[in-house]
Design a protein around this ligand. Sequence first.
Ligand code: 5GP
Length: 302
Amino acid sequence: PQIIFSMPKAELHAHLNGSLSQTTIKKLMDLKTSHQCEDVFQLQTMFATLSEDHNKTLDECFQVFKVIHQLTDSEQSIYIATVDVIKEFSEENVLYLELRTTPRAIDGSFETYVNAVIRAIDDCRKENVPILVKLLLSIDRSKGFDTAKKIVDLTISLGHTRNDVVVGLDVSGNMADSDITDYFPLLFKIKDAGLKLTVHTAEVRNDAEAEAILRLKPDRIGHGTFISPSLTGSSHLIHLLKETNIPVELCLTSNKVCQTVPSFKDHHWKIFFDHGIPFSICVSNSNASARTVTAPILFDLK
Ligand code: 5GP
């Protein structure tokens, strides 16, 4: 593990609010206490319950974010969270970090959220933290078209004014709650603007949706679990993936924690590897100390 820890790394799939360490969570809890927020006690109880059980279903993981989001609900807390996450990735020798986050309205404004994140990235750069950080804005597909449109417009605008930081858009959130094709006009806008696009794909089985996303040809896809013939019993999607040559962000620990794969041995990385699919090993959410365990597991399997 020490070798992996000290190896220079690129992290291409890290959700900001999925990457808060216990130290940061405590710091943000203390911030709430100092501001005498009424919900602190309730939040502490919720976090105590959350940390009791490590493995959760994907749906339960989405519920966890609803709790975490209560800690990053102000300009100050978002700034603190971003600085901490960047510095912690840097301490683990990540040299290139592509952070992604879903803007939420702070005092009615998505810009306030994103500006706090960008200010944190800029300040880390000024402090010479040895890491290059780029930002993807995420749309949460369970939140509807109008919210997604605001975030897409903001991404395109920042893609012009802050193209040194903002590189594109991620589509994430609960697959169960939405039809991805509703969002396609927005995703075409991102492509037309020359920005990068990555889409969470096939985390749960939906072959028609996975095919539609692959035919959209995003620059990368996240997870791609149910593209694997070992799970679907069909080679159709993996052949399509191979044809499109879209790189996949594989997030082993996250998939295991959310139980979308039963074990590391059953993970689809080996099947993708055997099919010559380009992929990157990523963390997705490191709240559960996932970062440092992903790579050694891969080495064991080889
Ligand atoms: P944030 O965007 O608030 O910084 O990070 C948390 C959000 O990322 C969650 O609310 C969810 O929308 C998205 N997210 C995190 N992990 C996953 C995942 O494994 N799958 C999907 N589809 N979305 C995720």
